[in-house]
Design a protein around this ligand. Structure first.
Ligand code: ADP
Ligand code: GLC
Length: 488
């Protein structure tokens, strides 16, 4: 089973969120399950510098949308997975964030940049394939950046037909990011004008990358079963709900996994002390370390809640901002690591200034610090309004930091609320609340505090949380099953 896995991010080369973690961990898990997966990544400087043994394959590519010359290079990721880099300097030779320019705005040519990625992926299906030595059975694209792959196969048979047609899979990691551009771009994107219709790439008067993928892909997946249902509703479908409902027979939700080589407190090099479910002692040192890193009062008995997140509206962190004064009044502490929306950044900075002993805030992106927070906190907060899967709450489980989450998407699928029944039978792993309101968040914080004040029960819940298995082998099997259904 040869799979080309086209993605715009892959940890540790380039990461803005969970997509990078998934792109790093799922391909090796698929390979372990018997697949032959190769990545296709945009040739950003970090990718060209980070892949080893890079060498050129195939001929010069001269027909990419928005770019007249590109090379296809093949190398290996630090995890040992073979990866193609699309070396198109006019599109990708820009340092820093893969999507945003120095002004913090989207690059104006993002449509061309990612259409080129999809075009290059589709090129593997053509008679004159971009790599004559390796022909994929499956083209698996991720998010809007790779969503035009199935559209190109369907709409440009003149360019992309080959001896066999690969199956196409599109995984939606977040439906809120869609890649919609004006219809005048059709020609430049290599899409025929006849495709600009409802039964095609048209989406509310624009060309919709994600819409096109949802329309043309053989199979659609998203990253949790609950989100697969939610995106068929008006509340979460952001306009695509009708199309997705009409394709529900080929839409499935596969919960993401955790890479325990990276996220495991018994061997994490970034944390102050190692610990495990059998010996939780080291977690106290991690908490003390975290309190000093953020200049908080060194109180072992203060319940320490934490956030590591992009600061965007759908993450619901305005609720944390509003609930924090009450949490502090109850004796709690809070640390926040994140960046994003300037108003949210300013709000958290202000909160820390008002409560310097109890609230610590770091605006920015810091991978090692995110590990220290996972290890050092007691409660890990993910109050998202929507959350396709969410990875940090699953990392928190492994670190014995009980997740407190809003019941949506993958948060609903991965955390078992400590309601009286679950607390009694020992199945609880965290706390959930339903309504996106400060009152409901505070109510669940109160419940967490009550459990925290019963150390035996708290530790039993921690141990149970730490032994839940969210490894990648189960999800990888589900993807394999899906791929098999597409190969004759
Ligand atoms: P999303 O992809 O929507 O941002 P996920 O929970 O799936 O949410 O993944 C977020 C990933 O990004 C996790 O690996 C998390 O630890 C990491 N992360 C988010 N913000 C930061 C930050 N400010 N510093 C370090 N890591 C961060
Ligand atoms: C997206 C989602 C997040 C998910 C991640 C990886 O960034 O917002 O919920 O965990 O993709 O699939």
């Amino acid at each position: 089973m040869r799979v080309l896995y086209a993605t715009s991010e892959c940890y540790p080369l380039v990461k803005t969120g969970g997509l990078a973690d998934v792109s790093a961990a799922l391909p090796p898990a698929l390979n372990a399950a018997g697949a032959d997966v190769r990545l296709l990544l945009p040739g950003y400087p970090a990718v060209l510098n980070g892949l080893s043994n890079l060498h050129e394959v195939g001929d010069l590519i001269t027909d990419l949308p928005g770019c007249d010359r590109a090379r296809l290079l093949l190398g290996r990721t630090p995890d040992g997975v073979l990866a193609y880099a699309l070396d198109a300097p006019s599109l990708y030779n820009r340092p820093g964030n893969p999507y945003l320019g120095p002004d913090g705005q989207d690059w104006p040519d993002n449509a061309q940049r990612f259409a080129a990625l999809a075009w290059a992926a589709a090129g593997f299906a053509a008679h004159a394939s971009y790599d004559p030595w390796w022909r994929p059975d499956i083209l698996h694209g991720h998010d809007w950046q790779a969503a035009l792959i199935p559209a190109y196969l369907a709409l440009r048979p003149d360019r992309f037909s080959g001896p066999t047609r690969p199956g196409t899979v599109l995984t939606i990691h977040n439906i809120a990011y869609q890649g919609n551009v004006g219809p005048w771009m059709l020609g430049e994107l290599g899409l025929p004008s006849s495709s600009f219709r409802v039964d095609g790439v048209e989406y509310y008067g624009k060309v919709g990358f994600l819409k096109a993928g949802c329309y043309y892909a053989d199979r659609l997946t998203t990253v949790s079963p609950t989100y697969a249902h939610e995106i068929q509703t008006a509340e979460h479908g952001t306009g695509l709900q009708g199309l997705l409902a009409s394709r529900s027979a080929v839409l499935s939700g596969i919960l993401n996994g955790v890479d325990y080589d990276i996220w495991d407190p018994s061997r994490d090099p970034h944390i102050a002390a190692r610990y495990s479910p059998d010996d939780l002692g080291g977690k106290d040192s991690c908490k003390a370390d975290l309190q000093s890193a953020f200049g908080l009062e060194r109180r072992p008995d203060a319940p320490l809640a934490a956030v590591v997140s992009r600061l965007t509206w759908h993450k619901g962190l305005d609720l944390v901002l509003d609930a924090a004064p009450q949490w502090v009044a109850w004796g709690g502490q809070l640390v926040v690591l994140g960046s994003g929306d300037p108003a949210s950044e300013a709000g958290f900075r202000q909160l820390a200034q008002t409560h310097p002993q109890s609230v610590g805030v770091r605006i920015g992106y810091d991978e090692p610090l995110s590990h220290r927070i996972q290890a050092g906190c007691d409660l890990f907060l993910v109050p998202s309004r929507s959350e396709p899967c969410g990875l940090t709450q699953m990392y928190a489980l492994k670190y014995g930091s009980l997740p407190l989450v809003r019941r949506t998407g993958g948060l609903a699928d991965s955390i078992i609320d400590a309601n009286p029944a679950a607390a009694n039978d020992g199945s609880a792993t965290g706390f959930q609340f339903v309504g996106a309101s400060v009152q409901e968040l505070l109510w669940s914080l109160r419940r967490a505090l009550t459990l925290y004040r019963k150390p035996d029960r708290w530790q039993a819940t921690q141990r149970h949380a730490m032994t839940r298995d969210f490894g990648w082998s189960g999800p990888a099997e589900e993807y394999m099953e899906l791929y098999r259904g597409l190969v004759p």
